[in-house]
Write a protein that binds this ligand. Structure first.
Ligand code: SF4
Length: 328
């Protein structure tokens, strides 16, 4: 059974409860400071509508099937069917940019949905791959080898073809949506570092230094990995961003708006857009005459367009391209 048919079979049971994801979590780590503040302070989050929820459910199903066996009902055969786990059948998955790879069949998945906590913000990682490395000792004439196990944090994302292509060989930090995934992985790496490493049945496999985005192309089922290494400067920025969740006063939004202009691409996909508009004294309305998207129709700073934050080191996050975001 294909992933789309499986999703249609499971959809009624897989509807996410809107309120469950309307709170601050590790997946917000790289998000706009204003969004973090709004989420932490219980501002209304717009409910996702049918198509958007279906997309989210597809991502949830693909993540389950990647690592677990999922039982679904096949209406054509009028019988139960199963999909997954795909991971052991994936062969060697490679990062097209760095060349790093994982032999999936040899890399056991552990810590499925394990919880990590950073300063009270919770996150659940998809899993950790225990990747074996064969190390040869060079004390010839006897050739000895030992197997070292490296824990690599995994996070599976489902995406349309164009987004997959962007993530295939693009700089993940250049695009605001991909950048948020990099931060989410830094959150898990930092969370496991604080826990003292990856512990499975009493055995500690050490603190992971690498994570990988498992990019699943929902149009052709192709999968690649993009590796992300633990980065102290990104972790520091992550702390600074999440700290806004504890602030009494709101931050400046990362994304400036201009009266009469479409809001920036990231804001087009933000679930807190209306709450954000309320806080910044603006109004956003849907574009007229069949044009897609949202436009800032009024700002209280009449006659003066908002300027972005300056000198806060996140201008690079604004290099948005015209592609839609991933659909995890
Ligand atoms: S609408 Fe834009 S600026 Fe406002 S919270 Fe969302 S991403 Fe940030």
């Amino acid at each position: 059974m294909g992933i789309i048919a499986a999703q249609e079979s499971l959809f009624p049971e897989m509807e996410l409860k809107q309120k469950e994801w309307a709170k601050l979590s590790g997946s917000h780590s790289g998000h706009c400071r204003m969004e973090i503040w709004l989420a932490a302070n219980g501002w209304p989050r717009e409910d996702r509508e049918g198509a958007s929820m279906r997309t989210m459910n597809l991502g949830t199903l693909a993540e389950l099937a990647m690592f677990d066996k999922v039982i679904v009902f096949d209406p054509v055969a009028n019988a139960a069917d199963s999909i997954g786990p795909w991971w052991p059948e994936m062969g060697v998955l490679k990062d097209p940019v760095s060349g790093e790879s994982i032999d999936c069949q040899k890399s056991e998945i552990v810590l499925r949905q394990a919880e990590v906590d950073i300063d009270g913000v919770m996150g659940h990682l998809d899993g950790v791959a225990l990747v074996p490395h064969l190390k040869f000792k060079t004390n010839l004439p006897e050739l000895e080898a030992e197997v070292k196990i490296e824990p690599v944090v995994l996070d599976a994302k489902t995406m349309p073809g164009l987004t997959w292509k962007r993530n295939y060989d693009g700089d993940l930090l250049e695009n605001p949506f991909s950048r948020e995934y990099v931060f989410q992985l830094q959150f898990y790496l930092e969370g496991l570092r604080r826990k003292g490493g990856v512990v499975v049945q009493g055995k500690n496999y050490g603190v992971p230094k690498r994570a990988a985005l498992v990019c699943f192309n929902k149009e052709n089922s192709k999968v690649i990995l993009r590796f992300v290494h633990y980065d102290e400067s990104l972790v520091a920025e992550m702390h600074e961003r999440l700290s806004w969740g504890r602030s009494e006063s709101e931050p400046k939004p990362d994304w400036p708006w201009q009266k009469g202009k479409p809001v920036p691409l990231r804001c087009q996909y933000c679930d807190y857009r209306q709450s954000c508009a309320g806080v910044r004294g603006a109004t956003v309305v849907e574009a007229e005459k069949g044009a897609k998207g949202w436009v800032c129709s009024s700002l209280t700073t009449e006659g003066k367009d908002e300027q972005g934050q300056d000198g806060e080191g996140h201008q690079d996050a604004r290099k948005a391209d015209a592609l839609p975001p991933e659909e995890d």
